[in-house]
Design a protein around this ligand. Sequence first.
Ligand code: 7RM
Length: 629
Amino acid sequence: MRIKDLVDYQKTYELSVQEPEKFWASIANEFEWSKPFTKVLDWDFNDYSVKWFEDGQLNITTNCLDRHLSSIPDQAAIIYEPNEPGDAAITLTYRELHARVCKISNVLKSQGVQKGDRVCIYMPMIPELAIAVLACARIGAIHSVVFGGFSAQSISDRINDSACKVILTTDGAVRGNKMIPMKETVDDAIALCPSVEKVIVKRRTNTPVSMLDGRDIWWDEAESEAADACEPAIMNSEDPLFILYTSGSTGKPKGVVHTCGGYMVYTAYTFENVFQYNPGEVYFCTADIGWITGHSYLVYGPLLNGAISVLFEGVPTYPDAGRFWDIIKRHQVNIFYTAPTAIRSLMGMGNEFVTNKDLSSLRVLGSVGEPLNEEAWHWYNDKVGHGNCPIVDTWWQTETGGHMISPIAGITPLKPAYATLPLPGVQPILVDENGKEIEGNGVNGNLCIKFPWPGIIRTTYGDHDRCKSTYFATYPGLYFTGDGCMRDEDGYYRITGRVDDVMNISGHRIGTAEVENAINMHTGVVESAVVGFPHDIKGQGIYAYVICEHLPENDSLMRKDILATVTRVIGPIAKPDKIQFVTGLPKTRSGKIMRRILRKVAEGEFGSLGDTSTLLDPGVVEAIISGAL
Ligand code: 7RM
């Protein structure tokens, strides 16, 4: 079901709105189901529940792997580009990937993992991370990948929330010129995780690690003894496929649950259409598999389409800021998908790293994670795409499973900094604070979606009420995205950023409350308030206002100590860029922190603080401003 041109897009979009069940059923029927579905959709956005292809049965790995064995067994599925540019890249064909996934499936089974069990994966970007994900899916275990940059505390919170039975990790990791411990961090994490029975450790760095007898086993030994065939578990369409934790405006990150059938159909459809993927093309997504982009558009979407997916272990600036371009040349990449923060940081390092590179293989460029500003759009278009690669600025979320508002490469007329138009099956609506629809064009509002699509979040693990209240209670009957959005005169959508207390730091979602809780754990801290502020490279930076018991004697040491605490509690990605010690916070009479004012001060806008009449103590604001100057 590939969209051919703009007229076809319009016709397809119409059909998807008029007859959504017919539309999605015809796409879903292109896959292999062990039992075909007869019912397409059941939904309720008020008492939230959504079911797609409910009575169908399938295994997503049959569709990612087995299905390609008769047609393209010797074609590359994954090309692994190691951290060191001098090390040989490793290609896994569909046949090889299938065999290795089966082996690890058998290893997991032999370690007691059963259908429905939760398995945590904490690994660097090596092929075994993708293999681990697919092995879980093959036996019906629910994977929960935790990004390799998170702290031991974050891992144990996530493991405990979903009672994972097994964790897969490595001895260590290499990223750029840094060596990073992995097993050691896992050891610290699971000291507080009673559910964990086994730890499976892949060798990567040959760093010495402690291996507990009876609990810890070596991946390589276990894999070498395992059989290379494993029958896929037969899953109901609505059985959970994975949990992925993501930050919200309150409390601890929540476990977003995606299910087998709908997620498969949605990631496959959007991958093929948005990138207009052609058989045999090489596709390179720079996201880590620890985030939703890596799940949907490095592993599942590409493999479902029999694509060739490049998996890069390192960082964009090692050994220098030309690394991405060297990889594109080396593997003759046709489609390149990255984040605005990477584009901006490479742009800042000078054109000499990109201008002399052979990028002639490129056909399509993509962007994801945060707004792509015009300056970065033009640099990407001119210096990387040489003016002849469409840029697909894809707007979507962990909760949406796949692309929602995005150009279709080469088909949708582009506008810099716009996600452009909704994909087939996606029905956006803008509402005001009272939930009233804002109709017409040339308007701004809160972005909601009014009809389900197959990739929509099903629940937040272990707490369905949290799912209902987070996404379906703000505007009854609608899925609320948390984003602000403008619809211009042409009906084109431009995402303006979060309207809740979620920050977007280099494309990573971090809740202000999470960072505050971490800062408040530091000894001597009484209270803190955290806001995002505009940052040239990261998109947003983190600004923390901190009240201490006593004004610190050594400001700079106290700042460093607080950063160490945040790193320990969450991870280095949540470290504030600025810490300002204050003696009071602007609060309303009811005790609510007025973040609006703190955001203005963080932006350096002291003149236009807006309405401050509800402040309990207006003097506090003057003190904060003079401290910020
Ligand atoms: C895929 C992903 C989701 C949040 C989302 C937005 C922001 C993502 C774009 C974007 C503007 C884009 N999942 N966002 N893509 N903003 N243009 N193309 O990033 O769950 O980690 O984050 O990211 O605010 O709500 S996520």
